[in-house]
Design a protein around this ligand. Sequence first.
Ligand code: SF4
Ligand code: SF4
Length: 101
Amino acid sequence: MKITIDLPKWAEERDIFIMAGMELVAVKRAYSNDVYVKDVRCQKCGKCCEDVPENHFYEKGIDGHCIKLENGRCVEREYKPFACCVGEKTIKECLITYRKQ
Ligand code: SF4
Ligand code: SF4
């Protein structure tokens, strides 16, 4: 599938996220012309939901996990916070990969 769009100049200074429903499928960072498209999808390992920061959206469980993580899955499903959807790949264990277009 190919999408071609003209964006306004002001959008250059913002990150551009292309979502497939709640899943990030492509990203273009602010001031960059490079677009990265997701090659390998989330493997639902739950690693990014472990050891969440103190200022996380939801409470931290006793073990440091987000309290919304149950059996390695987010119970919020399609209502999980936008930052969780676009913040993937922020830990080294994440299995998602992107390829530059
Ligand atoms: S809200 Fe869901 S996706 Fe976000 S950190 Fe918690 S369990 Fe993970
Ligand atoms: S660490 Fe990466 S692969 Fe694992 S659940 Fe989080 S986003 Fe998915």
